[in-house]
Design a protein. Structure first.
Length: 143
């Protein structure tokens, strides 16, 4: 058997014309992220994690975007808690309804989970996810 020479790989970036030498690409730009950015992302995620939304509400008072998402999280968590408590009390005091409405708390939590995930994804993309009625109420909160 004969020895085959190793294959040659063409350079991914050709040298600039007229340089006659090797080409070194410029260094990548400095990343815009860092500790402050990751902290902001954590706060945006916490804004939609039920009552943990109070953490970014009181910690990140200087960031208006985090405040908007935290206020929406507070209103949404309050609304889901009130509706859940209503159905719990309804089932507690009217046992006949317990069988009829037993699926409602499960459906509420699944809906809350879906809306929270949508809110987190939109927040991390720099967008706002408005829940009709609740986001309008959240806009009126001044903390």
């Amino acid at each position: 058997m004969s020895e085959l020479p190793p294959p040659t790989v063409p350079p991914s970036i050709p040298p600039p014309p007229g340089s006659g030498g090797s080409y070194t690409p410029p260094p990548p730009p400095p990343s815009a992220g860092g500790p402050a950015s990751s902290d902001r992302q954590v706060m945006l995620v916490l804004s939609y994690c039920w009552w943990l939304c109070l953490i970014p509400l009181f910690v990140k008072k200087d960031d208006s975007e985090v405040q908007w998402h935290a206020k929406n999280g507070v209103v949404f968590a309050g609304a889901i808690t009130i509706v859940y408590a209503f159905f719990w009390l309804l089932g507690r005091f009217f046992p006949l309804f317990t069988c009829l409405i037993s699926f409602v708390p499960c459906a509420l939590w699944i809906g809350y989970l879906v809306i929270s995930i949508l809110g987190i994804v939109k927040a991390l993309q720099g967008q706002r996810f408005k829940v009709p009625g609740l986001s309008d109420l959240a806009d009126k909160i001044n903390i």
